[in-house]
Write a protein that binds this ligand. Structure first.
Ligand SMILES: Cc1cc2nc3c(=O)[nH]c(=O)nc-3n(C[C@H](O)[C@H](O)[C@H](O)COP(=O)(O)OP(=O)(O)OC[C@H]3O[C@@H](n4cnc5c(N)ncnc54)[C@H](O)[C@@H]3O)c2cc1C
Length: 584
């Protein structure tokens, strides 16, 4: 049976967003429109139904809208975020920002949000560790910054508006607010969904259902999906606050904060000058007591070592949290695909929750588009579970390690942490043992049929020059490829290879571009100049001016790389679009 919002509110320390207080956030409200089924009384059939308009469901809908794929998006609520007050996700990683650029919402996010790359970690009064993500190879080539901090609901609002704009120019995504799924079943031929709305109940049928209903997904039970889960006793209380005199724009973390009973504290700036301060609480604390305004103010005063008047520090939102990890054992159950928190839940250390939901959506969108538009075989859809389950397991592993460092068990674990902190204060090598969250980075796919052993890696959004000298970004090339595979062929080619490239350029489902070093002569109609060698580097194609190719998927992952334009490329194309070898 489905739980209701009211039931959530009774649950202390759930993964939800209850116990809000303070001035809160004002969120947009979208109108309810009676669905056509309620007027006609007929049961309609839809090729694609997305359930849940959170960050994952909206990202998926937006990606599909860009490719002109028709889908229905159903959400039980009539707003983004959570009505009244909520700011859950705040940190958005480079890979996600690159996806948002392709979706057309990045510029708004960059304008509204706060960029950061420096993080500092303290224990007691000492700084024990710091990093600058801009200097790390995993982030250094991209045009996008390592991270932008912005309240999750802003991104969701931008996505809604972008979907609406795309829908106006080419009708494709029908968003139905205040439509709640109450029952589901599926058979060999179709899935049946029961819905309740303010104007009455109705039923619809679907070929594919994408479950984006979040961590309380009812589809898990409806599909009999098994889950591997872990729940600890670590407790936190978040305060979103606005200061008159702001601290530096860096991520500060304390593992043992003297002003918080030697427990951990996080401090981060978001949009609108609002700071997220996250305090670790005692495991047995009372959630209502720790979120009371006077108690929150006492904590803030202790941290900033003085009495902060209401004019100096405004409390925007407060909420206690408990974290857990969950991962479905498979992300596809018949006609249902699990995306975002419905598929996996992680603690927020390292910002891997919402980021991985957006990356799930990006992974599934191009595959659905290719299959529904007849460019790939239905088998391609199975690679979604293989790839994103591997990613989810990796994220669970990484965040659980952090959770254990922050709340070590008594005995050996605590001893290890004390030793690591002691050593890190004095020795560089020990700083990597201090784990306050390994920040979200793109996952690698090692067991997917949709990329070979030379692929499965994410590229970064690097720059190059178009043939006419204008600057371009990899995102532009992927857009130009229009949802098809993108073959980048590097360097000058022998005549036979140039002929093969021209023949390949006519292959449906594939766009080909020759990537030249400065001074090289083009041999293909479409060519670009890789002045800095960043395209070659991000595709991991070896040799500064030698030949080589990389096959990129629409989600900017490398499907395969090779040296010669031979049958291995044809096989890679076949695998990437799910065709059998003999058909490729
Ligand atoms: C304190 C905190 C901090 C976090 N910080 C970060 C961070 O910095 N970075 C990050 O990447 N992630 C962060 N996360 C995680 C992030 O918030 C989640 O991973 C993200 O919200 C998941 O998105 P989703 O779209 O999968 O699910 P949700 O956002 O939960 O959306 C689910 C949607 O489904 C709808 N729905 C539910 N049931 C039904 C139904 N029966 N019928 C119709 N509609 C339904 C809901 O109305 C909702 O719109 C944080 C989480 C918390 C709690």
């Amino acid at each position: 049976m489905l739980e209701t919002q009211a039931a959530y509110a009774d649950t202390a320390f759930s993964n939800g967003y209850e116990f809000t207080q303070g001035t809160g956030y004002t969120l947009p409200e979208y109108p309810f429109v009676a669905p056509p089924e309620l007027v006609s009384g007929e049961v309609r059939r839809y090729p694609l139904v997305i359930v849940g308009g959170g960050i994952a469901g909206l990202s998926l809908a937006c990606a599909l809208a860009h490719q002109g794929v028709e889908a229905l998006l159903l959400d039980e609520d009539n707003t983004v975020g959570v009505k009244g007050a909520a700011s859950r996700g705040i940190c958005y990683a480079q890979k996600t920002l690159e996806i948002f650029k392709r979706l057309g919402v990045y510029e708004r996010i960059a304008r509204k949000g706060v960029q950061w790359s420096v993080g500092r970690t303290f224990a007691g009064e000492d700084e024990v560790y710091s990093f600058d993500l801009r200097q790390q190879q995993t982030h250094s080539l991209s045009v996008e910054p390592p991270f932008i901090n912005i309240q999750q609901f802003y991104i969701e609002g931008f996505l809604v508006e972008q979907i609406q704009a795309l829908h106006r120019s080419r009708p494709c995504i029908d968003i139905r607010w205040s439509n709640r799924i109450t029952a589901f079943e599926q058979n060999e031929a179709f899935a049946t969904l029961s819905l309740t709305t303010p104007a009455g109940d109705y039923t619809l049928q679907a070929d594919h259902v994408i479950d984006c209903t979040g961590s309380r997904s009812p589809f898990r039970a409806w599909c009999g999906a098994s889950v591997t889960a872990k729940k600890g006793d670590d407790r936190w209380c978040i305060a979103d606050v606005r200061f008159r005199d702001a601290p530096p724009v860096e991520r500060h973390t304390w593992i043992e904060a003297p002003f918080n009973d030697n427990r951990a504290v996080w401090q981060h700036l978001m949009a609108d000058g609002v700071w997220r301060i996250d305090y670790q609480m005692a495991p047995n604390c009372d959630p209502e007591q720790v979120s009371r305004e006077d108690v929150v103010r006492a904590r803030l005063n202790a941290q900033f070592k003085r009495e902060l008047g209401e004019d100096e520090c405004e409390i925007v939102w407060v909420g206690p949290y408990a974290y857990r990890s969950e991962c479905l054992d498979g992300l596809r159950h018949g006609r249902v695909f699990f995306v975002g928190d419905s598929a996996h839940v992680v603690s927020p250390f390292g910002a891997r929750g919402g980021n991985s939901g957006v990356q799930d959506a990006d992974n599934l969108a191009w595959k659905l588009a290719a299959v529904l538009q007849g460019r790939a075989s239905p088998g391609l859809l199975d690679s979604y579970s293989a790839e994103r389950h591997e990613a989810a397991q990796q994220n669970v592993l990484v965040t659980n390690r952090t959770a254990r460092f922050l709340r070590p068990a008594d005995g050996a674990e605590r001893l290890f942490r004390t030793a690591a902190l002691g050593l890190a204060r004095k020795h560089l090598f020990a700083r990597q043992l201090v784990n306050t969250g390994r920040m979200s980075a793109p996952n690698t796919y090692s067991r997917s049929a949709a990329c070979d052993k030379t692929g499965g890696i994410a590229t970064q959004n690097v720059i190059f020059s178009w043939a006419d000298g204008q600057p371009g970004e990899l995102v532009d090339l992927l857009r130009w490829a229009g949802g098809q595979l993108l073959l980048l062929v590097f360097g000058a080619l022998p005549a036979s290879a140039a002929r093969r490239l021209q023949a390949l350029a006519g292959h449906s489902g594939l766009r080909c571009v020759q990537v030249l070093a400065p001074g090289q002569q083009p041999q293909a109609a479409e060519h670009v100049i890789d002045r800095q060698g960043h395209l070659r580097a991000t595709c991991r194609v070896a040799g500064a001016s030698a030949s080589g190719w990389a096959l990129l998927r629409p989600d900017s992952y490398v499907a395969a790389t090779g040296q010669r334009l031979d049958t291995s490329l044809v096989r890679a194309v076949g695998a990437a679009i799910g065709l059998q070898e003999e058909n490729a």
